[in-house]
Structure formats: structure tokens, C-alpha cells
Design a protein around this ligand. Structure first.
Ligand code: UT7
Length: 370
């Protein structure tokens, strides 16, 4: 018995931008981007919102529309929980999950967001699975909690709205999209076998984005002050210092764009991915030989190659969806998972690993039986 993935879907915005087109913005070329990352093009949400993308992916996962994979149609009233993993919600309140709940008419569901950067879907899956398992178990207090039998877990991002389009080190990497999965408690099937999630302090601030909340505030230390509203947020420089955005601010750049030290993140990512896979496999009480395929975060094909070598597995053991999506943060794993199902890579009973790493630093893996 366990929480089983019974549906999966994905959605991409309409605009596709090829590598060479980015030459109009920065000094780059298709050859560099392809060989360094495996990316050929990315999708950019110009007209689509985070909720538009999430809604379409969810509809597929629920079996309401063509595309993705759905064992059967799930009715709106059957979903008890919606979790949306995102760092780019359309608005602060309501949550992205709350908007999806409204749009899809999931009236019985509780809904909230998870921010664990690119690992968000792995964290969301783990939270959902834990809540479902707690609700199904006989542990003390289970009866006093919200009964959760089915969950919709979505990863939806418009990362290109945080991208610094004048920085060639980062702007060629990112894309937008959404992916979704439906989890259901099943007495007969094993479903999720294990989860390993871990945080590590990004001490050198190798991956940050301030996106400060700096609405004019008419107060100073003594109380109401209309002058203070015009003066701006005195606490902001401390935040900039803390998360490393001061260098951008000093250089006159907007603080809401994403900053990344690529080589540092690369090093962290390569190790984090292999560690998470090994730990999750061990926790599941199986070996890598029992696993049909790994669906990794699509950040850079070279990171996946490094992990493949370390884990002693060929590249075709890994789902590769990066070529035409780029890195779509929390949407990347569920989109790649939908691809794996659509391409027939995952059959009933197969053991599969989803794994990701991201800003924070966060990382983790989930092992499940399809
Ligand atoms: O989702 C989690 C977050 N992100 C990641 O997982 C990303 C992790 N990091 C990476 O994927 C890689 O570090 C990058 C793809 C970002 C960069 O690849 P790299 O092999 O580490 O290259 P580099 O940063 O060491 O740069 C090599 C050279 C530099 O030129 P010089 O200093 O050697 O003359 C860069 O200025 O490549 C240059 N460069 C570019 N050239 C053409 C950097 N970006 C570009 C570009 N086009 N877009």
C-alpha cells in the first residue's frame, strides 16, 4: 500500500525561442549553448500566466483533457490537497495552488505553495505523500487531521520573468512551463517507496534572487512618517548583503533578477544529484539495478552526464527533455515525468526515481513504483 502516481501532465507556452535568436540580446551562439548545456530552444510565457500553465498540466494529469498520462478520470471533488511548487507565482496572495483550486473547481481541497526552487516538485511530492500516509495510518492523531486521499502536485514557473536578459551566463539557460501529477492512496500498490530531501546552506550565495517586497511604508522607528515612505526600505541593503545581491545593486542592476555563479552551482548540483539518488534508493531498500529509469531535473545535460558516470549508468537510463525546454525550475521534473510516461518509458510496476537540486541549496529524490 502507498501513495501512487496515477496521472501526469505538462504544459508549455506557445513562444519557442531558438539559441541563435538570443544573439540579438547577448554575445552567445548555438554552438556554445548546445555543447555546454544540451539546450537548443526554450519556451517563453509572453501571454500565459503561471496559473494558465499549471491549469493545463493539471487537466491532463486529472484525465480531463488529451495529453500526458492518466489511469482514469479524477473528478474535481475527489482531490483533497493541491500543492504548487513555484518561485514565480502570479501574485503573492492567493497562492498559486489556491488559484488552481479555484480554476479547477477543487472545492474539497486544501491548497498551498512550496518554494524549494528547482527541487520544489520533489519537496511537494514528499509533503503530499507524507500527508496522505499520515491520513491513511492508524498513528495517534491521524483521525484528527484533514483526511487526504488524493493530491494534485504541480510545478509551474515563469522563470523568464526573473531572468536577467543582459547576462549571457544565465539567460540562455531558462524557460517556462508547468507539470503536474496526481497522487492517490492505494491499498494494493506500493507507490512511493522512499524520499530523501536535504537542505544545505548556499554560503557563497551562488544562486539568489531578491525580488524584494518594497512597497512604500509610511513608518520610521518612532512611528508614522510620511517622509519614510518616500525614502524607501532601510532594511533592504541588509537583505541585499545577506543574499549577495548588493553587487548587482551597486552595479545599477535591478535586484529582482536571478543571479547565479554557474560553475559553483554546477559543482553542488552534480554531487547533490548522485547523493540524493543513492540515499533514496537505500531508503527504499532496493538497488539501482531494480530501477527502470531516472527522471532528473533538466538544468544542464552535462550535470546529468556527470551523475550518469558516477552512478555507473548509461545516458539512456535518464529521461532527457532539456533540449526544447531549458531549465524550468520546479516545472522541470514533472514535465520530464510526463514526457517519460508519454514516450512509454514507464510501465506499471516499474521502479522510477525523480531527482532534483536547486537554489537554497535544496536537493532530493523520490523513488516510486509506477
Ligand atoms: O537549476 C539549478 C540551477 N542551475 C544550474 O544547474 C546551472 C549549473 N551551472 C551550469 O550549468 C554551468 O556552469 C553553465 C552552463 C552555467 C556554464 O557552463 P561552464 O562550463 O561552467 O562555463 P563557465 O561559466 O565557466 O564559462 C566558460 C566561458 C566563459 O568565458 P571565459 O571567461 O572563459 O572567456 C564565459 O564568459 O563561457 C563564457 N560564456 C558564454 N559564452 C557564450 C558564458 N555564458 C556564455 C554564453 N555564450 N551564453
Amino acid at each position: 500500500m502507498g501513495s501512487t502516481i496515477i496521472g501526469c501532465g505538462k504544459s508549455l507556452p506557445a513562444l519557442e525561442v531558438e539559441n541563435d535568436e538570443l544573439k540579438a540580446l547577448v554575445d552567445t551562439n548555438d554552438e556554445w549553448i548546445t555543447t555546454r548545456t544540451g539546450i537548443k530552444s526554450r519556451r517563453i510565457a509572453v501571454d500565459e500566466t503561471n496559473a494558465d500553465l499549471g491549469e493545463e498540466a493539471a487537466r491532463q494529469a486529472l484525465g480531463w483533457t488529451e495529453g500526458g498520462y492518466a489511469e482514469r478520470r479524477i473528478e474535481a471533488g475527489e482531490i483533497d490537497l493541491v500543492i504548487c511548487a513555484t518561485v514565480t507565482p502570479d501574485v503573492v496572495v492567493p497562492s498559486a495552488a489556491g488559484l488552481l483550486r479555484r480554476r479547477l473547481g477543487l472545492d474539497n481541497a486544501i491548497a498551498f505553495d512550496v518554494n524549494a526552487a528547482c527541487s520544489g516538485f520533489i519537496y511537494g511530492l514528499t509533503v503530499a505523500e507524507t500527508m496522505i500516509a499520515a491520513s491513511a495510518s492508524n498513528v495517534a492523531g491521524a483521525a484528527g487531521r484533514n483526511p487526504i486521499k488524493r493530491a494534485l502536485v504541480v510545478g509551474a514557473e515563469r522563470l523568464t520573468r526573473l531572468t536577467n536578459w543582459s547576462d549571457r551566463n544565465t539567460c540562455v539557460l531558462f524557460g517556462d512551463g508547468a507539470g503536474a501529477a496526481v497522487l492517490e492512496w492505494n491499498e494494493e500498490r506500493a507507490g512511493i517507496l522512499s524520499s530523501f530531501i536535504v537542505n544545505e546552506d548556499d554560503i557563497t550565495n551562488a544562486l539568489t534572487c531578491a525580488n524584494a517586497f518594497d512597497a512604500p511604508q509610511p513608518f520610521d522607528k518612532d512611528g508614522i512618517s510620511l517622509e519614510a515612505a518616500a525614502a524607501g526600505d532601510p532594511a533592504l541593503p541588509r537583505t541585499d548583503e545577506e543574499i549577495g545581491t548588493h553587487a548587482l545593486v551597486e552595479a545599477g542592476r535591478p535586484r529582482q533578477v536571478l543571479y547565479m555563479d554557474g560553475p559553483k552551482v554546477f559543482k553542488f548540483a552534480a554531487e547533490a544529484m548522485t547523493t540524493a539518488v543513492r540515499q533514496a534508493v537505500e531508503r527504499a531498500g532496493i538497488t539501482l539495478d531494480d530501477v527502470a529509469c531516472i527522471v532528473p531535473h533538466q538544468a544542464n545535460e552535462r550535470i546529468i552526464k556527470y551523475a550518469a558516470k558516477k552512478l555507473g549508468r548509461p545516458m539512456d537510463f535518464f529521461q532527457l527533455s532539456i533540449a526544447h525546454t531549458g531549465n524550468s525550475s520546479a516545472a522541470s521534473v514533472p514535465m520530464a515525468l510526463a514526457d517519460a510516461y508519454e514516450q512509454g518509458r514507464i510501465q506499471r510496476g516499474d521502479k522510477v526515481i525523480v531527482v532534483a537540486f536547486g537554489g537554497g541549496f535544496t536537493s532530493g529524490a523520490v523513488v516510486f513504483e509506477a
